[in-house]
Ligand binder design. Structure first.
Ligand code: BJW
Length: 258
């Protein structure tokens, strides 16, 4: 692979998709970091963005913080139940599927592939990606507010939120603002980001920390970088290649699966 790496806005360089393909073909350790945008074409709204984020007009502090849950446990529980049930009718899209195939291709050629997602919808796993690092937990699981009890429940509504082990209140197994990320998952993601030679960032506004810091970790380690997003984020200027488009269309094209 050529030593020259330039931003895709450089007119003397190939089209972003071709250039990104070249970076990918020379990569041995790939780290993929995804956000809500990859599931948008599956019908799950993103969090942010005027007129298109499902948090538009919602007081986040009421729904996605431990304090909000403490004030209104039943309302918050029901809100998450409704969102969990909706997951029963969504399917992975070609973007999720292309990444699952990329993992198989890289594993088959002796390389390493790690996917860390901020998403809580389980669609990477349904598409076939293995060992997904769920940085913000899972909407398909619940856990106890007090003890270590946790359970995967699938896309169902539960009306009895008492822990079967200690009787305390169950809660969604997601990470709310002000809460620590699951530490083993976080450590694994940091290690993979620091060791990768290719970073692929898909469908995130990259404003939520510490997750977004994985981008900085990978870049600080010298990784080449590709982003796929219809819109720029705060890290776009640092990427080697920025592909402006929907991940369900771009990823199959980029990865050669369509
Ligand atoms: C497409 C597309 C298509 C559209 N194709 N793309 C440092 C600095 C400042 C603040 C902090 C900091 N460190 C910590 C903080 C506080 C806070 C934070 O980051 N706040 C910022 C928002 C200011 N972080 C935390 O509180 C975290 N915990 C923590 O730091 O603990 C440390 C600690 C704790 C206690 C004591 C001491 C220290 C926890 C963060 C938890 C985030 N949880 C949520 C909610 C999950 C549950 C739920 O769903 O209800 O996770 S927030 C929400 O945002 C969700 C997401 O995973 C996360 C990221 O969003 P994402 O994925 O980027 O989505 P969007 O909507 O923002 O962007 C979508 C993108 O897709 C856009 O770019 C579109 O263009 C694109 N797109 N269509 C491709 N078709």
């Amino acid at each position: 692979m050529t030593d020259k790496v330039k931003n895709s806005f450089d007119a003397s360089y190939p089209q972003p998709v071709e250039w990104a393909r070249e970076l990918l073909s020379g990569a041995k350790n790939v780290f993929v970091f995804t956000g809500a945008g990859i599931s948008a074409e599956s019908g799950i709204p993103t969090y942010r963005g005027a007129g298109k984020g499902f948090w538009d007009g919602l007081r986040v502090a009421d729904w996605a913080t431990p304090q909000g849950f403490a004030r209104n446990p039943e309302g918050v529980w029901d809100w998450y139940c409704r969102r969990r049930v909706q997951l029963g009718s969504v399917r992975p899209n070609p973007g999720h599927e292309a990444l699952a195939q990329l993992q198989r291709r890289i594993a088959g050629s002796g390389g390493s592939f790690t996917l860390a997602t901020q998403n809580i919808d389980g669609l990477h796993q349904t598409a076939g990606t293995e060992n997904v690092l769920e940085l913000h937990g899972s909407l398909l699981a619940v856990r106890c507010s007090d003890c270590s009890y946790a359970e995967t429940v699938g896309p169902v509504a539960l009306d009895s939120p008492a822990c079967p082990e200690c009787g305390s209140r169950l809660r969604p197994d997601v990470v709310w603002f002000g809460e620590m990320l699951p530490q083993d998952t976080w450590r694994a993601a940091e290690q993979a980001a620091s060791e990768c030679d290719l970073l692929l960032v898909v469908g995130t506004s990259a404003v939520v920390y510490p997750a977004a810091g994985l981008i900085e970790t990978a870049l600080a380690g010298g990784a080449r970088s590709i982003e796929v997003n219809p819109e720029p984020n705060g890290f776009s200027g640092l990427m080697n290649v920025s592909i402006r488009g929907k991940s369900g269309e771009v990823l199959p094209q980029l990865l050669g699966y369509r």
